[in-house]
Design a protein around this ligand. Structure first.
Ligand SMILES: Nc1ncnc2c1ncn2[C@@H]1O[C@H](COP(=O)(O)OP(=O)(O)OP(=O)(O)O)[C@@H](O)[C@H]1O
Length: 263
């Protein structure tokens, strides 16, 4: 059974259709990278997967049942920035999810529960390469280290699905390459199913096992919100013809320009 399945999924905000007629099945363990014109609904799609937004029509299924209407520990998310809390140390940031889960009213744990949580958080920080920076605050960490911390925070609750919204967009190329290796190794070791948005189609091809292009096949300049984006390409990576990349770049570029012209 597919871990995620979309059946005729639509998302509208008032008169604006953002996503329309999405149909796809994703098996456990796939790494889906998502590219598309700016503003065409990629983050909205991740929010539907996370459960902070609900479909306007159609279904989003998790293990064949409607996806829970609120975020839970089955899905973890990392944004491009601001995923971590500035007033907590790296260790406290990673422990936070567990503390809130175990002690909803107090907001922090004590005794054995706290010790166990601390041990788990330390191991998670070690696994993302932050073993030496546990007591530092986010502003004392580099951009790459902050994203490592955000990954540790997202993974501490052992999600089956990891959602990444341009997590490396703000990083320098060298640091990005390190982060690619980290994400690939976490994906394999933790047997994750990953959905990752990127603006960089080469990154999408390099990291993913499957690449989705979100694009608007129909665009009315007089009514920019009339039509939504669809999955216009669904490519098993490593198995597509030579000119596909050029074609995707061209069509996404055209949509970007058209969306910007209508703003
Ligand atoms: N809560 C909301 N209420 C109303 N409109 C929204 C809301 N969230 C997103 N939108 C609109 O939905 C459209 C898609 O936004 P979204 O952030 O999903 O695009 P995106 O593809 O992720 O863009 P980018 O690549 O620039 O991050 C935009 O026109 C945006 O203004």
């Amino acid at each position: 059974m597919a871990i995620i399945e979309m059946k005729n999924l639509w998302k509208e905000y008032g008169d604006q259709v953002v996503l329309e007629r999405l149909n796809a099945r994703v098996e456990e363990g796939e790494f889906v990278t998502v590219v598309g014109a700016s503003g065409c609904g990629k983050t909205t799609f991740l929010k539907l997967l996370l459960g902070t937004e609900q479909p306007s029509r159609g279904e989003m299924l998790l293990d064949g049942a409607p996806l829970p209407a609120e975020p839970d520990e089955s899905r973890g998310i990392v944004f491009q920035r601001y995923s971590v809390l500035s007033h907590l140390t790296a260790l406290q940031n990673v422990m936070l999810g567990g503390e809130l889960q175990n002690s909803r009213w107090l907001g922090h744990c004590v005794g054995k529960t706290r010790k166990a949580l601390q041990k788990e958080a330390r191991a998670m920080l070690d696994s993302v390469g932050l073993g030496q920076a546990m007591d530092k605050y986010p502003h004392e960490l580099s951009g790459g280290m902050q994203q490592r911390l955000a990954l540790a925070q997202a993974l501490i609750k052992k999600p089956r699905i990891l959602l990444l919204d341009e997590p490396f967009g703000a990083l320098d190329p060298g640091i990005r390459a390190d982060m690619h290796q980290l994400v690939l190794s976490l994906w394999k070791s933790q047997k994750l199913t990953v959905f990752m948005i990127t603006h960089d189609i080469n990154e999408g091809f390099y990291l993913g096992t499957r690449l989705w292009v979100f694009d608007k096949p129909r665009l009315d300049p007089q009514a920019p919100g009339a039509y939504g984006a669809r999955i216009t390409y669904d490519l098993p990576v490593g198995n597509c013809e030579k000119n596909t990349l050029t074609r995707i770049n061209r069509s996404v570029g055209n949509t970007s320009r058209a969306i910007n012209d209508t703003l």
